[in-house]
Design a binder for this molecule. Structure first.
Ligand code: APR
Ligand code: PHB
Length: 390
């Protein structure tokens, strides 16, 4: 088989890239290790930055998002019973959209199927060959049968556990990592959200987040220790702990109900450099991970897709290699700024097991500065709505 771009991974990064390329007549094949149902069964964050909204529109997959997504003009930050708001629109002129990542992925699959774009599911043993030469190819197996696709370029969109990153030789690749000493226990419940805007809460007992998917589907999280198990938490215990971490007036109006999903996610910051090796480009979780505080995972994947898409179209339409040659540097410059924001917001809001009284005072001072300082709020808002793709 022959195509222009082999895209490894059918998560949101791979599918969005495929759809954007298709819109410009550039052919690709997506190789996904799992099934579509499996990919759509993963629950991830649900806040979309303005850049991603624009990309979805450019890819022609924004119709349902624009109809069902909920624009958010600000967010709330609480500290014990104190709460303050950071207005996005007033500080930046932009809003974010609450629309689940699962829905984004569903819309992308639907568009891919409608347009007849090729996706192979259940692929095994994907290997990238000759990425550092002029004629790369990818081999894989489906149902025990070996296949080969020759291509111009390979996009490694296969997430943190994928193989693409490991194709880059160890003497070229550098990895940076921070693992946080806690996790997030999250539940999804068919209840109305406690508040019409998200609440990021910090308290003596740790972090909590009140988020949502729609007016009758709520997503809540509490910071937990890494040795806890989701099945050891009853719904009642979860709701009781959440109520202790959010302001009393919010706790009083919280509507509880049975959870329809409950899981624990670890928190990690991770970056691979470079994001390009020859004709292989890494995109999204394949190259970097952020802790979920601030919901930057999918959004950062989208900014990589944006740079790669522009670079590839410039190559095919104008014969210029400037965009693809500059991809790694450009993508990483933005990735590191988002890593900083996610790390800063995580560090501000969580209780650390080894935290000293001094460390705690620093968190309080930082929160108090954010509450009272317009410039600090503007910086927070600019990061939250998404830094520009320049
Ligand atoms: N071969 C083929 N596909 C693979 C392989 C492989 N060897 N390894 C992984 N995959 C697939 C996974 O099954 C998954 O569907 O690649 C896809 C990667 O998707 P994500 O992990 O969702 O990563 P990405 O598309 O970059 O999306 C980034 O989604 O995962 C969240 O937190 C992440 O919000 C961020 C965003
Ligand atoms: C979510 O709705 O799952 C969510 C929202 C905001 C975050 C993280 C997760 O910062």
């Amino acid at each position: 088989m022959q195509t222009q771009i082999v895209i490894i991974g059918g998560g949101p990064s791979g599918l969005l890239l495929a759809q954007l390329l298709q819109g410009r007549g550039i052919d690709s094949v997506v190789l996904e290790r799992k099934t579509k149902d499996y990919v759509l069964g993963r629950i991830r964050a649900g806040v979309l930055e303005r850049g991603l909204l624009d990309l979805m529109r450019e890819a022609g997959v924004a119709e349902r998002m624009d109809k069902e997504g909920i624009p958010h003009n600000g967010t709330l930050i609480s500290h014990g019973d104190e709460m303050f708001r950071i207005g996005f629109t007033e500080h930046t002129g932009h809003a974010v959209m609450v629309y689940g990542q699962t829905e984004v992925t569903r819309d992308l699959y639907e568009a891919r199927e409608k347009s007849g774009g090729k996706i192979e599911f259940n692929v095994e043993n994907v290997r990238i060959h000759d990425a550092d030469r002029d004629a790369p190819y990818v081999t894989y197996e489906v149902d025990g049968e070996s296949r080969r696709i020759d291509c111009d370029f390979v996009a490694g969109c296969d997430g943190f556990h994928g193989i693409s990153r490991h194709t880059i030789p160890t003497d070229v690749r550098r990895e940076y990592e921070k693992v946080y000493p806690f996790g997030w226990l999250g539940i999804l419940s068919e209840t109305p959200p406690v508040n019409h805007e998200l609440i990021y809460a910090t308290s003596e007992r740790g972090f909590a987040l009140c988020s949502m998917r729609n007016e009758n589907l709520s997503r809540y999280y509490i910071q937990c220790s890494l040795d806890e198990k989701a099945e050891d938490w009853s719904d009642d215990a979860f709701w009781a702990e959440l109520k202790r971490r959010i302001p009393a007036d919010q706790a009083a109006k919280l509507v509880t109900g049975p959870s329809i999903e409950k899981s624990i996610a670890p928190l990690r910051s991770f970056v691979t450099e470079p994001m390009r090796w020859g004709r292989l480009f890494l995109c999204g979780d394949a190259a970097h991970i952020v802790p979920p505080t601030g919901a930057k995972g999918l959004n950062t994947a989208a900014s990589d897709v944006n740079y790669l898409f522009r670079g590839l179209t410039d190559f095919y339409e104008n014969g210029s290699t400037a965009g693809i040659d500059g991809y790694s540097e450009k993508a990483l410059a933005r990735v590191w700024k988002v890593e900083r924001f996610s790390w800063w917001f995580s560090s501000l809001m969580h209780r650390y097991p080894d935290q000293t009284d001094f460390d705690q005072k620093m968190q309080w001072a930082e929160l108090e500065f954010l509450r009272s300082n317009d410039a600090a709020q503007k910086a927070m808002a600019e990061n939250y709505v998404g830094l520009p793709y320049d």
